[in-house]
Ligand binder design. Structure first.
Ligand code: NAD
Ligand SMILES: O=c1ccn([C@@H]2O[C@H](COP(=O)(O)OP(=O)(O)O[C@H]3OC[C@](O)(CO)[C@H]3O)[C@@H](O)[C@H]2O)c(=O)[nH]1
Length: 386
């Protein structure tokens, strides 16, 4: 490999990266990128490795020896500190991060996103290890604009809805709206990391992903995950399309999101990894402000794209409305709108997202169809045991 240089033209030092949560959606793409495009070593920690199996086997892979999987639960495993000590950089992705869990398993959610992350921060601080911690766009909660009257002209003013790392407030609902257990736990761990930086000199970067989507996200219920499980919206809608069921729109599908292709987002993370002088001490929004849709529009676009890639016809009634209480249960609430401000990441790393929503859905739904269509057909054909 030719000498690789950072954004300031300096040679990039070879690193050993301890990646916690490496077996998940983002972790699998980050491992893939690090193996195929860099010479860095990865200590991949997770409870599962199904999504990175293709990187671990067979032994003849060009990167064999550069990625090592350690099956462990960071809640209770004495190997964690030793693995952190072996690394130059720690990336923490481990979390419960599916909204269906926030109001139904609030304790697990708070423990996972705050308590379980504490030893990671402590070991990094005590051993002078750089930390890239994955937080979330949900720390912003609701927009200021959502509290204005529906017909207020101020709702059109970006000052009332664009989310900025250094100035936007974090607006959550009441305590009984347990949806916010996740955002609140993520906010507190961000504050703790920031304080470790300020008081003890911890070198850190905090990433706030804005709805990264793509292949390998979550699971398809009844195929590679529990039949009653509720994954994030991409997998929910993929599951509906694969089964030829109407897509379920929660509370009318009026919430707005900006979706970014996982491969664009991973480029941003690689820049953070390899440009510590530009990334340390910063909190970065990572999203695609150009890909904003309502959830209803997302459903309509996914329906069209799926018809194109599968060759199947569209259902007569492609969507159905459900209440959030019916779909998620008591205590659900929602972020109304999520547009990331890109000033800081642009200035520090010169990064911009590239892929349009249509294009990213086309490649993702092609993957979903290729990976799951046969398995779903078989599962439907199989008479259920009664
Ligand atoms: N995907 C997104 O758009 C998005 C948006 C906002 C925030 N995030 C954050 O990014 C991170 C990764 O998200 P993802 O989408 O890849 O989720 P994911 O669920 O696919 O990955 C998380 C991984 O962490 C592992 N994990 C959880 N608890 C663990 C423990 N105690 N010990 C060991 N491993 C454990 C899980 O097994 C899983 O493989 C999370 O912190 C999440 O909050 C993601
Ligand atoms: O079948 C469905 C599933 C969901 N919805 C609605 O879609 C919106 C988005 O839902 P989802 O992708 O599940 O998650 P959120 O965007 O609300 O939250 C995530 O954002 C980042 C992260 O931190 C980690 O990924 C997580 O908290 C939402 O409005 C659902 O109600 C639907 O209509 N139908």
């Amino acid at each position: 490999m030719a000498t690789r240089t950072d954004l300031d033209g300096r040679p990039i030092k070879l690193m050993t990266i301890c990646m916690i949560g490496a077996g998940g959606f983002i972790g699998s793409h980050l491992c893939e990128k690090l193996m195929s495009e860099t010479p860095h070593k990865v200590l991949a920690l997770d409870v599962y490795n199904d999504k990175i199996k293709h990187l671990l086997e067979p032994d003849s892979l060009p990167w064999a020896g550069r990625i090592q999987f350690h099956r462990l639960n960071i809640k209770h495993d004495s190997r964690l500190e030793g693995l952190i000590k072996m690394a130059d950089l720690v990336i923490n992705l481990a979390a419960i991060c599916t909204p269906a869990d926030y109001n139904t398993r609030p304790l697990d959610t708070i423990y996972s996103n705050f308590i379980d992350a504490l030893p990671v921060v402590k070991y990094c601080s005590e051993n002078n290890k750089r930390l890239i911690h994955f937080s979330t766009c949900e720390v912003y909660g609701k927009t200021i604009g959502s509290f204005l009257p529906k017909d207020s002209p101020l709702r059109q003013d970006p000052a009332y809805y664009v989310l900025k790392e250094d100035t936007s407030p974090c607006i959550f609902g009441s305590i009984e709206k347990q949806r916010w257990s996740y955002a609140c736990a993520k906010q507190l761990i961000e504050r703790l990391i920031y304080a470790e930086g300020a008081e003890n000199g911890l070198e850190f970067t905090i990433v706030r992903p804005f709805n990264w989507i793509g292949p390998r996200m979550d699971f398809i219920p009844g195929i590679d995950g529990p039949s009653e499980g509720v994954p994030r919206v991409l997998a929910c809608f993929s599951n509906n399309l694969l089964r030829r069921e109407p897509l379920k729109l929660v509370d009318g599908g009026e919430s707005q999101r900006t979706f970014i292709y996982i491969k664009d987002a991973i480029e941003a993370v690689l820049l953070m990894i390899e440009n510590p002088d530009r990334a340390n001490g910063h909190i970065f929004n990572v999203g695609n402000p150009n890909n904003e849709v309502t959830v209803r529009q997302l459903a309509e676009m996914m329906t069209k794209v799926y018809a194109k890639v599968s060759g199947e016809t569209v259902l007569e009634s492609p969507t159905v409305d459900v209440s959030s209480k019916e779909f998620y249960g008591e205590g659900y609430d929602d972020s109304d709108k999520r547009i990331p401000d890109m000033t800081i990441i642009n200035k520090q790393l010169g990064w911009n997202p590239k892929t349009s929503l249509w294009d990213l859905l086309e490649s993702t739904l092609t993957y979903q169809h290729r990976t799951y269509a046969e398995a779903i057909k078989k599962s439907i054909a199989k008479p259920s045991a009664s």
